[in-house]
Every structure is written in structure tokens, then in C-alpha cells.
Design a protein around this ligand. Structure first.
Ligand SMILES: *Cc1c(COP(=O)(O)O)cnc(C)c1O
Length: 400
């Protein structure tokens, strides 16, 4: 194994990514070590995935226990971990039904297909239009990337999927102008994650909910990134008290094991009748066993209140750290999905900042061109927060 190097990436992997120049080999809590044994504080959480950090003993135990019992049986059979997880998720949310898959994109793919089928069955084939927002991100399958509001990801792949339009985010008048009897669904992230950690305004989500009701359109919340405790509530819609018809989740749900879920109401779910949609691995016992444990731990007052406390610690430390360098113009986001908006003098240097941070033993993320995004473990230790911010400052000093 010691002969594996970072340059192998450039020889053997389809080059859709440009990974950092070190290879992580081990993680524990909010720390990661690379091949050379160098230590990093992890503020990325595997892009908002490692909800309980690395190698959490309870998740390791849940995975190992299930690994010794049953890995996979296909959806010709159901299994106990999947049923248990569906019960937990529906008990804890607006939803009555769950559909399991393997990623965020697949959860959104299911949501969008279900919305179209629901409209087709109830209102006829003219009602198929989907309204999404500019700069949104919904995944990389063909339907989801076409639904996402970033042209750079969807162009160059042949004819577009018909009936999808994009309006500015947090702009209720634009939504009102776009929506009609032909609209089958509106899809929104309660906080736009990938494009810069931009939260929806309360009046916006309430207004979109009312418009969807008026036009018999389903409201889909893409909570792939915001769900499962990330924002300090189990799901972000709970901050707003605006209830979607369909919700997608993935990332935090598996704590690092691939799983996605689409949640919805009974009267909508029934339009996915036997055979209309499916997936080989969805509801896999290994994934669901881990997700059950994630739910048990995260959906507790201790962890969720801890997210809010850590949010405050981060915001105070970041503001104090950034001040002498005029680094940030705003710190925004909810819970442990934090966007640090760079000032005009720093915003062209985002990738330099991320590289310098890695050199100083800190993993951080970008979101959009000018935002540093932090999405650490929900149970990150206070000492790791302080040490991470110290390393962040060292990196910035290095760039002066
Ligand atoms: C990450 C993300 C997705 C895509 O999830 P994958 O697991 O990469 O397919 C979709 N929507 C949002 C909001 C995301 O953050």
C-alpha cells in the first residue's frame, strides 16, 4: 500500500475532481491523518456528511454488527434496518412514507419523478413544469443537474430535459410570475449550500408554500445538505415551520456511509405504485443500520442544542480571527453549516486560502466563488474548534 501516491490519481482516475495533494488515511473524531502522519483538523465533515466525525464508536459498532448478519438481499425482500429507519424518519417528521436510495441526487431524482407522476395522475399530462432557483444545486444525474440552477454543470450534455425553469432565489415576485397551473413542483434548498450557504427568508418560504397550494404544485425541499441535524434542528424546514410535500435527504443521514432518503405524505407516495421506480441498493441493510444509529444519536436535545452552541463558538471565533485581516464581510448560515463570505480584497483568493489552510493542518471548503464553507461534525470538540481557527489564522498570516 505504501506505493500508492497522489500522482496515481492523475494516471488512473477520470479527472472530474482536483483533490488536495495529500491522501488522508485515517480519521478519529474531528481529526484526520495523511500518509505522512500529518494531522488535520476537519472542518469539512466530508462535505457536510460526517455528522458524528470519523470512526464514531457507536457507528463502527452498528456497521460491524450488521456486517456480521446481513449485507444485502435486494428489494425483492424487505429488511429490518430499513423498516426501523422508515419508522424513525416518519415519526420525527411531517412524512408518512420513506423511499431509500444511495445518494442525494437519487433522492431528488425520486422526488422530481414522483412530483411529475402525481401531477400526471391527478391533473393530466400538461402539468409537468418544474420551477427551480438560480444557483441551486440538486445533484449530478441528468434530471437533477438540469433542475439545478448552474448552467456550467448542465451544458454540453445534449438536449435539456423539458419543462424546467429557474428563477432568482429569495425572490417571491419572480416565483409568482413563473408559477402556473402547468407547474407540478417547486424545488428549493432551505439554505442554498453549494452556491454559498445562503438561507431562505421566512416570508419567501411561506410565500412559496402558499403559491404551491394555490396552483396545486408540490413543494419539494432539497434537504440533502441541511437535513439530519446539520442546522441545529432535525430538518431545516422545522426552523421555518413551513412544511414541504416531499423532502430529500442524504449526506448526514449515513454519517459517511452512502444512503439517501425521500420522505413524503401517503396520498403522494401512492402514485409511485409497484414497479414505477426502484433501485438495487436502496434500503440496503448496512446503510440503514448505520443511519438508524445516526438518527438515535443526532435526534436528541443534547446533540441538537450542542449544534447551536457550537455555531455561536464558531461565529465568535471567526469574527475575532478575521477582524485584523479584514477577511470576512459576513458570517452566515445556520447551525454547523456556516458560510464565511470573503471581503472584496480576499474573494479572489479562495482556493489559495484552502490550500494554505491544508498546509497548516486544517481542512476547509469552498461554496460558490467567494465563500469559505464550514460543515464539521455536529459533536466537534471545543478544543478542535479553537485549534482549527488558530490554524486558519496561521494560514491567513502566511498569505499576507
Ligand atoms: C450534495 C447535494 C446534492 C447531491 O447529493 P449527492 O449525494 O452528491 O448525489 C443534492 N442537493 C444538495 C442540496 C446537496 O448539497
Amino acid at each position: 500500500m505504501s506505493t500508492i501516491t497522489r500522482s496515481d490519481y492523475d494516471h488512473y482516475i477520470v479527472p472530474v475532481y482536483a483533490p488536495a495533494n495529500f491522501i488522508p488515511v485515517r480519521g478519529q473524531g474531528s481529526k484526520v491523518w495523511d500518509q505522512e502522519g500529518r494531522e488535520y483538523i476537519d472542518f469539512t465533515g466530508g462535505i457536510a456528511v460526517n455528522v458524528l466525525g470519523h470512526a464514531h464508536p457507536a457507528l463502527v459498532e452498528a456497521l460491524n454488527t450488521q456486517a456480521n448478519k446481513l449485507w444485502h438481499v435486494s428489494n425483492l425482500f424487505t429488511n429490518e434496518p430499513a423498516l426501523e429507519l422508515a419508522k424513525k424518519l416518519t415519526d420525527a417528521t411531517f412524512a408518512d412514507r420513506a423511499f431509500f436510495c444511495n445518494s442525494g441526487a437519487e433522492a431528488n431524482e425520486a422526488a422530481l419523478k414522483l412530483a411529475r407522476r402525481y401531477a400526471y395522475d391527478n391533473f393530466g399530462e400538461e402539468k409537468f413544469e418544474i420551477i427551480s432557483t438560480l444557483n441551486s444545486f440538486h445533484g449530478r444525474t441528468y434530471f437533477t443537474v438540469s433542475t439545478g440552477g448552474q448552467e456550467k454543470y448542465s451544458k454540453g450534455f445534449g438536449p435539456k430535459i423539458e419543462g424546467i425553469s429557474h428563477v432568482p432565489y429569495n425572490d417571491l415576485a419572480a416565483m409568482e410570475a413563473a408559477i402556473s397551473e402547468k407547474t407540478c413542483a417547486v424545488i428549493l434548498e432551505p439554505i442554498q449550500g453549494e452556491s454559498g450557504v445562503l438561507p431562505a427568508e421566512q416570508a419567501y418560504l411561506e410565500g412559496v408554500r402558499a403559491l404551491c397550494d394555490k396552483y396545486n404544485a408540490l413543494l419539494i425541499f432539497d434537504e440533502v445538505q441541511t437535513g439530519l441535524g446539520r442546522t441545529g434542528k432535525l430538518f431545516a424546514y422545522m426552523h421555518y415551520n413551513v412544511i414541504p410535500d416531499i423532502l430529500s435527504n442524504a449526506k448526514c443521514l449515513g454519517g459517511g456511509f452512502p444512503i439517501g432518503a425521500m420522505l413524503t405524505k401517503e396520498h403522494i407516495a401512492k402514485h409511485f405504485s409497484t414497479g414505477t421506480h426502484g433501485t438495487t441498493y436502496g434500503g440496503n441493510p448496512l446503510a440503514c443500520a448505520v443511519a438508524n444509529k445516526v438518527m438515535d444519536i443526532v435526534n436528541t436535545p443534547t446533540v441538537l442544542e450542542g449544534v447551536e452552541k457550537r455555531h455561536q463558538l464558531f461565529v465568535q471565533a471567526l469574527e475575532r480571527m478575521g477582524k485584523p485581516y479584514d477577511l470576512f464581510s459576513q458570517i452566515r448560515g445556520k447551525g454547523l453549516l456556516i458560510g464565511c463570505v470573503l471581503t472584496p480584497q480576499w474573494k479572489t483568493r479562495t482556493s489559495e486560502i484552502i490550500k494554505a489552510a491544508a498546509q497548516h493542518g486544517l481542512m476547509i471548503l469552498q461554496a460558490g466563488p467567494e465563500v469559505i464553507r464550514l460543515a464539521p461534525s455536529l459533536i466537534i470538540e471545543e478544543t478542535d474548534i479553537q485549534e482549527g481557527i488558530n490554524r486558519f489564522e496561521q494560514a491567513i498570516k502566511h498569505l499576507l
